[in-house]
Design a binder for this molecule. Sequence first.
Ligand code: PSU
Ligand code: MN
Length: 298
Amino acid sequence: MSEEVREALASRRPVVALESTIIAHGLPRPRNLQVARELEQAVRREGAVPATIAVLDGRPRVGLDEEQLERIADADGVRKLGHRDLPLAVASGAIGATTVSATALLAARAGIRVFATGGLGGVHREWTATQDESADLGLLARTRITVVCAGVKSILDVPATLQRLETLGVAVAGYGTDRFPGFYLSDSGHPVDWTLRTPEQVAEVMRAQDALGAPESALVVANPVPEEEQLDPELHARVLADALHACAREGVTGQAVTPFLLDHLVRHTDGASLNANLAAVRGNVRLAARVATAWARG
Ligand code: PSU
Ligand code: MN
C-alpha cells in the first residue's frame, strides 16, 4: 500500500479503489494517462483518497505514485490480470494491469470497501458455445466490496449477465434509476429490482450486508451515464453489430475480446464512444467517492 492509502485507511478517511485495466487496455494512448490522472483528481476533489491498483515488477500495489501510473499507461508488455493471474504475475515479476476481479480482490485485502470502474465484465454473447463469462462475476460473489459501475457494456449479453449476477447472489441496485444502465447508453433496456438515490442509502445497504454476515458478496451500484452524454443509440446499434462481426471474422477470443471490441467502437464512432465511456467513468468515480465518504462517516 502507498503511504497515503495506508494512512487514510488507518484514520478511517474515505478511500476509493480504481482499476488499471481500463488505463492500460481499455483506453487509447496517450489519452489513457491523462484520464488516469483525471480520475484520481476527481476522487480527491470529493475529499477521498484514490487507490489505483496494479502489479509492478511482481508486487501488487494499492495506490500508485505518478511514475508508477505512467508505467501502467505507457510501458510495453503490460499484462491484463484477472484475479487468477495474480500469483503468476507476482512469482514471475511481471507488470500488469488489474481487471475488476483482481482489483476487487486486492482492494478488499487492503481494507478498501468502495471501488469505481467503467463497466463490469460479464457474460459474452454466444456464451453457450464459448463459455466466455468474465471472472469478475464469480469473484464479486465472494468478495465484500461495493462496485460503482455504469452497468456492463452492450458488447456483452446483458440479460444473461444480470441472470448470472442473480444466480451468484450478487446484490444489484440502480442509482437513481430502475433501469440497468448500458454503459454507453443510460438504459440497457433491462430493469433492475432495486433503486438507491443517495450515497447515504448505499452506505446503509453496505452496513446491512455486514450485519447480515455471510456470504461475503459484493454490492453492484449501477450508475447510468447522463442521457445528454450517452452515445447516440442508433449509432451505437450500428457500430456494435459491425464490431461483433469483425471480432468473429478475425477469430478474436479470450482476454482479447473486450479490448478488440472497445477499440473498434472508438475508431468507428469518431471518438463519440470514447466520450460516452469517459463520461460514464467520471460519474462513477465521483459517486464512489461520495459513497466512500458516507461509509467512512458511519
Ligand atoms: N469495461 C470497460 N473497460 C474495460 C473493462 C471493462 O469499460 O477495460 C475491463 C475491466 O477491467 C473488466 C475486464 O474487469 O475488462 C473484463 O475482462 P474479461 O472480459 O476478459 O474478464
Ligand atoms: Mn472473457
